[in-house]
Ligand binder design. Sequence first.
Ligand code: C2E
Ligand code: MG
Ligand code: MG
Ligand code: MG
Length: 273
Amino acid sequence: RAKEPGAPLLCRFDPQMDEASRARRALARDLREAIRRGQIDLAFQVQACVQSGVAVGFEALARWTHPVLGRIPPGDFVALAEGTGEIDRLGELVLRRACCQAALWPGRQRVAVNLSPLQFASGRLPALVSEVLRDSGLPAARLELEITESALIEERRAAIAQMEAISRMGITFVLDDFGKGFSSFGTLRSFVFGKLKIDRSFIAGVGESAPARAVLRAMVALGHSLGLNVLAEGVETESELAVIRAEGCDEMQGYLIGRPVLPGAPGAPDNIS
Ligand code: C2E
Ligand code: MG
Ligand code: MG
Ligand code: MG
């Protein structure tokens, strides 16, 4: 095969290269091929208003089925793409597809797309986002971009200016997995967000634990005092739902109300009204 920029020339002959890194390299090659061919699917998971139960949005979650290895978890292939420089192409594919599909949903719910912080590295994210909105016809108010806090630390300076530019287009940034990282408060002070997603580790078991509930209450109060919408992620049980409702969470997402589903399936955004 032709040599590619950045690939070590010795890889086939280096005796130090072990089986694991050879497998990783092969997987990276397969992922790149899948991205080029558009063989990444999007599953959608419903987000609902806690008080009314109405579906207000769907999170787009990338899915890759390897021809031999089967389904690869998104955490794994997103990290792989981040390591090989394919993340911009993967991110663009997901963003374009999510916006084009959402523009056609009968219910006009919002679509939430996950961003890797490395997508800020090129400086071209604001231009891409505005191009995708124009191409898809999706109104900016229907797009949300989710970013995890721990990840933002690395691309901090580049990210702030670009997030502000994208926010001015009318798009909402969502702080994903809130509470799980190390810099929750600092992140809230210096970045523009419109919504907090409380990490599911803070929701699990909250119906049975008074301390867990006190922590959740404080997180909701923090979000609301900053004027943010607060979404509880990973809601799995009725008792968790009862607590997040009583504590004033605005929105919820989780297996209790819907698993991620492919378009066309029951409960998919193109298949309900
Ligand atoms: P995330 O953004 O926090 O997405 C939520 C994850 O929690 C999803 O896992 C979802 O299936 C899972 N989940 C939702 N409700 C429940 C629940 O009630 N219980 C439990 N146990 N889990 C629940 P998934 O689809 O495996 O995605 C994992 C992570 O991969 C995502 O976490 C996100 O960080 C990343 N990811 C997925 N798609 C993309 C993408 O297109 N781009 C980027 N950069 N990252 C992505
Ligand atoms: Mg997310
Ligand atoms: Mg999350
Ligand atoms: Mg999460």
